[in-house]
Design a protein around this ligand. Structure first.
Ligand SMILES: NC(=O)c1ccc[n+]([C@@H]2O[C@H](COP(=O)([O-])OP(=O)(O)OC[C@H]3O[C@@H](n4cnc5c(N)ncnc54)[C@H](OP(=O)(O)O)[C@@H]3O)[C@@H](O)[C@H]2O)c1
Length: 411
């Protein structure tokens, strides 16, 4: 794989792990429904093989690294960001390949939260005489890469990142709906980099009617071929104009229109424009039930979705407790106006004591703007311990033959 193949020397396990993390980053956003994993085979302090998860159906990171190492893998050490799989999925167990290659020692960081892992890789590899070592996720890089996968495996739905641009006085558009542009060019480029890493972008039909966006990934000179995520428009009754840009057949990628009770002729017309129309349950107000829509995307294999607005749809996600991460771009300008909207509508909470809490992860100045990245305090996908605690609960429940396993028992 790319530059990682240049046989670097690694003085320590930490350095070897950094190479494995770099390999995983190269495939982040390209592996769903699988997680992006990186692996390196190290022999006498030299990297002799590097690998990362291949697209679904392709080999896992360990197998790619072992193949790259060839005979040099015999007696070598394997460093991998995630516990090797022990089960037959679309590919055979990685533990079989590790044993067959004659690896002497395996070091990994994160435990696999897939229920098929059984007793775990340490038990399988240990029985074959292989030393197994757990490494610390020193700066949280591994957990960050795995969070979307962990969220989907545990809940059936993808991880939700809510991105918005707002003015210093907290508006995402003026009172007349004018919103281009709030943030600067550098911030907007960053959003396209984010689109390149997710499986789907979600907006409401209000954003299509107001802004007529393309929702594609537009990046010049990107370090890898860009990806255009699935476009998802929540449009309960099929109000979307047939000449909306997201329906342009010349656009790369595809569009889903999520409806509740769109008239049959509207659904047929949208389909004739190339969109996939899905009918989902309605919420109390007859609008698309956002939890059902996320479960639909989870069944399609989406690990990570980007919620791009506007306020009404964001409010529905907030009210349902379905925002895991926020990327807020704050531009140093004010527009004011009682009718100008903030980023999140919906019913909201009535008491400050009931506010949803977030942990700020990152604050950065981008041109004139400020980006704040924050994780919902309730989301455990980034916390290794949280997920492991739930997984242990799941494992002990599973060991009882009378127990029926529900996703909510696990994470
Ligand atoms: N600055 C930013 O970052 C940013 C980002 C996005 C948008 N905006 C601005 O926001 C404005 C559009 O705002 P908006 O709030 O109308 O857009 P929106 O939230 O994207 O769309 C709202 C529409 O989505 C449909 N919908 C389907 N299911 C829903 C559900 N469960 N909950 C809520 N709505 C649901 C509703 O129409 P049906 O009932 O017909 O289904 C609703 O009218 C535009 O002016 C745009 O410029 C700004």
């Amino acid at each position: 794989m790319s530059s990682m193949q240049s046989s670097p020397t690694v003085g320590s396990g930490i350095t070897a792990l950094r190479h494995a993390i770099a390999a995983a980053r190269e495939v982040a956003g390209r592996t769903s429904p699988n997680p992006p994993v990186g692996a390196v085979v190290v022999r006498d302090g030299i990297v002799v093989g590097t690998g990362a998860t291949q697209p679904p159906g392709g080999p896992h990171a360990e197998v790619v690294a072992l193949r790259a190492a060839g005979a040099a893998a015999h007696g070598a050490e394997l460093f991998v960001t995630l516990e090797p799989c022990t089960f037959h999925g679309r590919t055979p167990p990685c533990t079989d390949a590790i044993i067959a290659a004659g690896i002497r020692r395996v070091s990994y960081v994160a435990s696999d939260s897939d229920p098929r892992i059984g007793a775990g890789a340490a038990a399988v590899l240990g029985a074959a005489g292989i030393i197994v070592h757990h490494l610390d996720d020193v700066d949280g890089s591994v957990a960050a890469l795995l969070a979307p996968f962990r969220c989907r495996v545990a809940t059936g739905r993808p991880l939700v990142t809510h991105k918005y641009a707002m003015t210093l006085d907290g508006r995402i558009a003026t009172a007349t709906g004018s919103s281009r542009w709030i943030s600067g060019a550098a911030s907007r480029r960053r959003v396209h980099e984010l689109r390149d890493r997710v499986d789907a972008i979600i907006v409401g039909v209000g954003t299509v009617l107001g802004d007529n966006p393309e929702l594609t990934t537009r990046l010049d000179s990107h370090w890898r071929p860009v990806r255009h995520p699935l476009r998802v428009v929540l449009d309960s009754r099929g109000r979307m104009p047939l000449d909306a840009r997201v329906l342009d057949p010349a656009l790369p990628g595809s569009t889903i229109v999520a409806t509740v009770d769109a008239p049959a002729e509207r659904a047929a017309a949208l389909q004739a424009r190339g969109a996939t129309v899905v009918t989902l349950p309605g919420d109390g107000a007859g609008r698309v039930d956002v939890a059902a829509m996320l479960q639909h995307l989870g069944r399609m294999g989406a690990n990570h979705v980007l919620l791009e607005g506007g306020a009404e749809v964001a409010g529905a996600f907030h009210d349902a407790g379905l925002i895991d991460e926020v990327h807020a771009y704050i531009a140093p300008k004010t527009v004011a106006g009682a009718a100008a909207r903030g980023p999140v509508g919906g019913a909201g909470v009535m008491l400050m004591a009931d506010a949803r809490h977030y942990d700020v992860q990152h604050v950065e100045r981008i041109g004139a703007d400020v980006l704040i990245v924050a994780h919902a305090a309730s989301a455990c996908w980034w916390h290794k311990e949280g997920c492991d605690v739930h997984r242990d609960r799941w494992r002990s429940a599973r060991s009882s033959p009378s127990t029926v396993i529900l996703p909510s028992m696990w994470c």
